[in-house]
Design a protein around this ligand. Structure first.
Ligand code: ADP
Length: 334
């Protein structure tokens, strides 16, 4: 697209995460500062296909920086997976003269943005909005810090009871494909075991480490499990905290285990200071990027510098978990 970007749309897509509102606010206010018209698009890609969008003003994003969720709502839009749906979306963008798009979401949302840019030439910028943190090309994703802190606060409370009763407590945190919430909250709460989809830990390994600890009279045992952890990856149906508890109880007769599944409590709530800051910074740079003609990239922060990853790479690659973390878990839980 050769015309200069002067009318942009902003949407949130996929799972909501705390900090999305702060990012919307930054996009709207930066856009208006530079003289752009900014349209809020409702419910992710559904709002483009259904032409459900409205012009935003600086005032329309007042008093939202501290709110979790997203004022633009989010949705999974099936129609957008098909070229027909994207054609409809493009026609609506064209009708309104929108010639730039900021998509706040995860890798699925970026795949949609990448296709829209490739098929119809709409310049797109992605802002990483996911509590899972697993996106490539950024040290931060909106909502991860808040979700990890929520998990830490909840696990601290559970540990008090675990400590008082000498029981084994298993806590499941979010993370269907990524173990970052489990890793961070587990290390921060001093958990004895952290089970994640990225690391192949067998039930036998947990059992032998539990009996090791018993010999050393270490009685409190807190196990943090990411929801996508599978004790046996060849059997993907068996996963999560309840299955870990079942397998341990089968093997260690008489062991008392309590399972807590934190669930959706981790997704909402006021964003942490860090999430508000990175949302503001990424929102500002997303608009700058569109104005500078740096299109079809995901805005990220690496080593405190802005980093722009082409959408097609952001979609394909995953953030790698530092191996030192796994050593830290092992050594500090001893
Ligand atoms: P996330 O962005 O959090 O990874 P999803 O994977 O659910 O969440 O994707 C959000 C939305 O992005 C989908 O509902 C769909 O509208 C769009 N999307 C995802 N994957 C694709 C794809 N392969 N092609 C086109 N659109 C996609």
């Amino acid at each position: 697209m050769s015309t200069k970007v002067n009318k942009i749309g902003v949407l949130t897509s996929g799972g909501d995460s705390p900090g999305m509102n702060a990012a919307i606010r930054a996009v709207v206010r930066t856009g208006i500062y530079y003289g752009l018209e900014v349209f809020g698009i409702m419910r992710g890609y559904s709002g483009i296909i259904e032409d459900d969008m409205f012009q935003m003003s600086s005032r329309s994003v007042a008093n939202i920086i501290q709110r979790g969720g997203t004022i633009l709502k989010t949705a999974r839009c099936k129609e957008f997976y098909n070229e027909e749906g994207r054609k409809k979306a493009f026609a609506n963008l064209q009708k309104r003269g929108i010639n730039g798009l900021v998509v706040i979401g995860g890798d699925g949302s970026f795949t949609g943005a990448y296709k829209l840019s490739k098929e119809f030439g709409i310049p797109c910028i992605g802002i990483p909005g996911t509590i899972d943190k697993d996106l490539y090309g950024t040290d931060f994703t909106l909502g991860f810090d808040t979700a990890a802190n929520t998990a830490v606060q909840s696990i601290d409370k559970i540990r008090d009871t675990a400590d008082s009763h000498d029981r084994l407590f298993i806590v499941e945190v979010m993370g269907r494909h990524a173990g970052y919430i489990a890793l961070h909250s587990g290390i921060a709460t001093g958990a004895e075991h952290i089970l994640m989809p990225e690391v192949n830990t067998t039930i036998e390994e947990i059992i032998s480490s539990l009996s090791e600890q018993e010999k050393r009279k270490k009685l409190v045992n807190l196990v943090i499990v990411a929801e996508g952890y599978m004790p046996d990856p060849s059997n993907p149906k068996i996963k999560g905290a309840n299955e870990v508890a079942r397998l341990l109880e089968e093997r260690l007769k008489g062991l008392e285990i309590r399972v807590t599944i934190l669930g959706h409590i981790q997704r909402g709530g006021p964003p942490s200071c860090i999430d508000r800051l990175i949302a503001s910074r990424m929102g500002y740079h997303a608009v700058e990027s569109l104005l500078e003609g740096r299109y079809n990239v995901m805005v990220g922060i690496l080593n405190n510098n802005m980093h722009y990853t082409p959408l097609e790479i952001a979609i394909r690659e995953k953030q790698k978990m530092g191996e030192d973390w796994l050593d830290i878990v092992k050594i500090l839980a001893s």
